[in-house]
Design a protein around this ligand. Structure first.
Ligand code: KIV
Ligand code: ZN
Length: 512
């Protein structure tokens, strides 16, 4: 008899805590819809008390997504928990996830609370959360650096108060597989009412062991829920990567003997969507979703694969949704074909006017690029969302000149609060020239931390997708832009990052 492994996705909460990965409400809803297609069991949609934006995103996801359980994080206090309950009102199935730090270091230095105070607050929080839903998760933050006797005391008490899931957090990625798995096992053995809750693992990747620790928590510790993110997105070195957990459990079913509800053929599409929206590119050699994950370069391997695929392939590219780039639409495709493809890709635009705007941009793109792939459509929709008229800065057009021996020059027209301005700039290269031209007007005072260009599909016809990461006064934001002309893509990315800085979102980090 195999057990079910619950897949709890926290891309929209812990993933979003990654500096620069903040997403708008619409972007979060798009990702949540894709997570529903991927068939995750739980979506942690945000931390309702963190900001008005988080609150509204959880509300929108609760209304838009029906199958998975929708969850909000909350610190262990009445205000946060009420806010989470309010945001989750429309959800078909809801979970409140409350947490408090239990390690001596966090209790003394961060919370400035005694262990007895933490014990009381944890109990009180779970009791309060149970008034809103019978699905309550409790996490002892920094659990893997906590004292075992104290953990047993707190967890036994919160289970008695009605916590239905206990999430053993390796908050700072300090765990190593054998130790982490055995700590969990020992907790389950020592706590008398441990069988009344489902046990969960939540690991960070600071030492590159998040996936290994999570799997040890499952195999040694008996956890039946894994908390993870798409592409391993998350603070610092990230969280446990969902795609790696799922494919490890599927490929080595002989060892794990576990089932899950995930539709693995949706993995690549989800990975691409998250990377496109957040601007966090996936490294080519990343397991499962990296561009090279199924590429066999050496002659010996290629020969083996041709004779029998399983000589060098332990999983099939198709099973995780890799397919050769498919030409889906072209210049002659009509509005209906375009609309149908959007639906097949799980993209729901708000109104007919939005579909018309996206279709106009599709036609413009098809005039410049004869073959349109799914990736192009996804980039186009993201771009459309970034360039809404209500954005403070909006790209209009540009001209640029480079010549060997000459200093590159650029002229750009863009709108500031709906008023068009034109400015010129020079630079070491065309992108530098365009950024200097924009800065001559905006004088943002921001620092450029990252500039990266990615080809969305293959060939020199491909659209370039540019990410620009800016920092200002302690805030870090990512802007993303796509266009067959990478200087235009760069200008769009820069303006998109400036828009995010302009929006001045105030957001609390739960771990601070
Ligand atoms: O890493 C962590 O401890 C967390 C908790 C809030 C579960 O993200
Ligand atoms: Zn975390």
């Amino acid at each position: 008899m195999s057990d079910k492994l619950i897949i709890f996705d926290t891309t929209l909460r812990d993933g979003e805590q990654s500096p620069g990965a903040s997403m708008t409400k619409d972007e979060k809803v798009r990702i949540a819809r894709q997570l529903e297609r991927l068939r995750v069991d739980v979506i942690e949609a945000g931390f309702a008390a963190a900001s008005q934006g988080d609150f509204e995103a959880i509300q929108a996801i609760s209304a838009a997504v029906r199958e998975p359980i929708i969850c909000s994080l909350s610190r262990a206090n009445d205000r946060d928990i009420s806010r989470a309950a309010e945001a989750l009102k429309a959800a078909q199935r809801k979970r409140i996830h409350t947490f408090i730090a239990t390690s001596p270091l966090h209790m003394e230095k961060k919370l400035r609370m005694t262990p007895d105070q933490v014990f009381e607050q944890a109990k009180q929080a779970v009791r309060f959360a149970r008034q809103f839903t019978d699905d309550v998760e409790f996490s002892p933050e920094d659990g893997s650096r906590s004292d075992m006797d104290f953990l047993c005391r707190v967890i036994e008490a919160v289970i008695s108060e009605g916590a239905t899931t206990i999430n053993f957090a390796d908050t700072v990625g300090y765990g190593v597989p054998g130790l982490y798995g055995n700590m969990l096992k020992s907790l389950r053995e020592r706590i008398p009412n441990s069988d009344k809750a489902i046990w969960s693992v939540h690991c960070h990747n600071d030492l590159g062991m998040a996936v290994a620790n999570s799997l040890a928590g499952v195999m040694i510790g008996g956890a039946r829920q894994v908390e993870c993110t798409i592409n391993g997105l998350g603070e610092r070195a990230g969280n446990t990567a969902l795609e790696e957990i799922v494919m490890a459990v599927k490929t080595r079913r002989d060892h794990f003997n576990l089932d899950f509800g995930i539709d693995t053929t949706q993995i690549v599409a989800t990975s691409k969507l998250v990377s496109q929206i957040t601007g966090f590119a996936v490294q080519p050699n990343k397991a499962v979703v990296g561009a090279n994950a199924f590429a066999h370069a050496s002659g010996i391997h290629q020969d083996g694969i041709l004779k029998a695929r399983d000589t060098y392939e332990i999983m099939r590219a198709e099973d995780v949704g890799w397919s050769a780039n498919k030409i889906v639409l072209g210049k002659l495709s009509g509005r209906n074909a375009f609309k149908q493809r959007l639906e097949e890709l799980g993209i729901k635009l708000e109104s007919e006017a939005d579909i018309n705007a996206a279709f106009t941009r599709f036609k413009e793109l098809a005039d410049r690029k004869s073959e349109i792939f799914d990736e192009d459509i996804m980039a186009l929709v993201s771009d459309e969302e970034h360039s809404h008229d209500n954005e403070y800065y909006r790209f209009v057009s540009l001209a640029q000149h480079s010549e060997t021996g000459e200093r590159p020059a650029a002229k750009i027209v863009f709108a500031i609060d709906s008023k068009e301005v034109t400015c010129d700039g020079h630079g070491n290269g065309p992108v530098d020239a365009i950024v200097n031209a924009i800065e001559s007007k905006t004088q943002s005072g921001s620092e450029l931390l990252l500039f990266s260009v990615n080809a969305i599909t293959t060939g020199t016809q491909s659209q370039g997708e540019v990410t620009m990461r800016l920092s200002k006064a302690g805030r870090i934001v990512n802007g993303v832009g796509a266009d067959p002309d990478i200087v235009v893509a760069s200008a769009k990315a820069y303006l998109s990052a400036l828009n995010k800085l302009h929006s001045k979102v105030e957001k609390l980090n739960p771990q601070i």
